[in-house]
Design a protein around this ligand. Sequence first.
Ligand code: UT7
Length: 374
Amino acid sequence: MPYRDTFVTLAGLGSALPGRVLTNGDLERMVETSDEWIVERTGIRQRRLAAPHEATSDLALAASRKALSDAGMDPADLDLIIVGTVTPDMPFPSTACLLQDALGARRAAAMDLGAACTGFIYGLAAAEGFLASGRFRTVLVVGAETLSRITDYEDRSTCVLFGDGAGAAVVRRATSAGGGLLSVYLAADGRGAGILRLPAGGSRRPADMETVASRQHFIHMDGREVFRFAVRAMVSAVKESLHRAGLRVSDVDLFIPHQANTRIIDTAVRLLGIPPEKVFHTIETYGNISSASIPVSLDEARRGGRLRPGDTVLLVAFGAGLTYGGAVLRWEAAAARAPAGIPHPCARVPATVRAQRTQTLMEGCDARHENSTR
Ligand code: UT7
C-alpha cells in the first residue's frame, strides 16, 4: 500500500453527552419552527444540553477520563493536553488548564486551540507535530463545547442546530508501522470570518449593556453562505487528505464528517462518489456540537462496531474562521494502540516498575480485544 509509515496512533477514545434532551418538539414551543422543517433542512431531531451547573471543562473531564481508561493510561502519563473549543469556561485560564487540574495530570502542559468546528482535526495535527518533535510521547486531544451558552433561543435560524458534548482521544507515538494517522490536512480562509461569528465579548467589542441588549453574545451566522463554503471545503479537504495518504475514495471504509447538516454531508458525499452506507451520522441525535462532533462520532462508531482493525477512516471538518481540514486514520487493534514498553524520558516511575505496568496494560488490552472480537 502506498501510505507512509505512521508516527502517531489513537490509543483511546471517550465521549460525554449531557443528560438533558432538547427535541424539535421543544423548539416548536420556543420559536416559529416545525419538526418537519428542521428534519428536512438539517436532519436533526434532538440535541443534548448541559445542565446549568455544567461547563465545558466538566464535559471535557468526563470524556477524557473515558479516553484514558480506554487507552489503559493514567493522567500522569500525559505530556500535553489540547482542548479545541469555542465555548471555554472563561476567556482565561484556558479550559485545558482547568482540565489538567481536574484530571490531576500534573506533568502535562495545557493549551486551548481556536479552530471552531475544525478544532479536533487541528488538535490531531498539533499533537502529531509535538509527538514528532520527540519532546512528548502522549497527548490528550479534546473537542468540548457547551454551545447552548452562546445559542440565541430567539433566533430560529440558528437555535435548531446546536448542542453540547465532548469527545477525547489519547494520541501516542505509534508502536507499529502502517497504522494510526496516515495524513492530516489543515486549511483556513479568513476572508469568510464574517459569515459565522460571535460578535461581542472580545477586544473589538467588549461586553456592555448595548452588546447584551442587541444579542451580540450569541452565534451570528449567514447560513446559506456557510452551507456553500461547507460543501466546497469538505470536497477539497477530502481530496487533499486522501492525496497526502496516497489513497483514493474507494479505499475509505468509514467517512466521519463534521455533523453540521445532513444536506451538506449528502451533497459533499455525492460530489465525491462516497457510498452513503460508508458515511457515519450522529447529527440526528446530537445536532452540531462543533469541535466535539468528530471525536464523539468516532467514539460512537467504535462502540457501535463500525470501526474494525485495519479500517481506513476519513475525518473531515469545516467551521468558523473559516477553517477546514481532514485526516486519514488506519484503525488499529487494541493491542497495537497500547502504550509501548519504552520508558518516557521524563518518567518519574522507575523503568522496571513502568515496564511491569506496561506489561499489565498490554495484557488488559489483549483481553479486551479478545472480548470485543467474540
Ligand atoms: O458548524 C458550522 C456551522 N453552521 C452550519 O454548518 C450551517 C450551514 N447552513 C445550514 O445548515 C442551512 O443554511 C440552515 C439550516 C441554517 C438553513 O437552511 P436553508 O435551507 O439554507 O434555509 P434558508 O436560510 O435559505 O431559509 C429558508 C427559509 C427562510 O424563510 P423565507 O425567507 O424563505 O420566507 C427562513 O426564514 O426558511 C426559514 N427558516 C426557518 N423556518 C422554519 C429559517 N430557519 C427556520 C426554522 N424553521 N428553524
